[in-house]
Ligand binder design. Structure first.
Ligand SMILES: [Zn+2]
Length: 87
């Protein structure tokens, strides 16, 4: 799971992604499809956490407000934010 680096599949660890220059993860809510860019370096995480492990941890704030907790869909790793840090 945590072996080779490279965009999302196979899943690198968070530190591997950051160290290879891919510090941003683009995700999308599996329920409302709202896209979001996550700054991996700003996330509290263990060095060995896989990027894939984040899917169950990153919750959509919009859905959270209505009591839903859908998992995030991981789309792609980026070298810079694909959509800015709002959303
Ligand atoms: Zn949502």
């Amino acid at each position: 799971m945590c072996s080779d680096g490279g965009p999302v599949d196979p899943s690198p660890s968070i530190d591997q992604a950051i160290n290879s220059g891919y510090g941003w993860l683009e995700i999308r809510c599996s329920r409302c499809k709202t896209p979001r860019a996550v700054d991996l370096a700003a996330l509290p995480h263990a060095a060995t956490t896989c990027v894939h492990d984040l899917a169950g941890r990153l919750r959509c704030m919009k859905c959270g407000k209505v009591g839903k907790r859908p998992a995030a869909e991981l789309l792609q790793l980026w070298q810079r934010s694909p959509i800015g840090d709002r959303a």
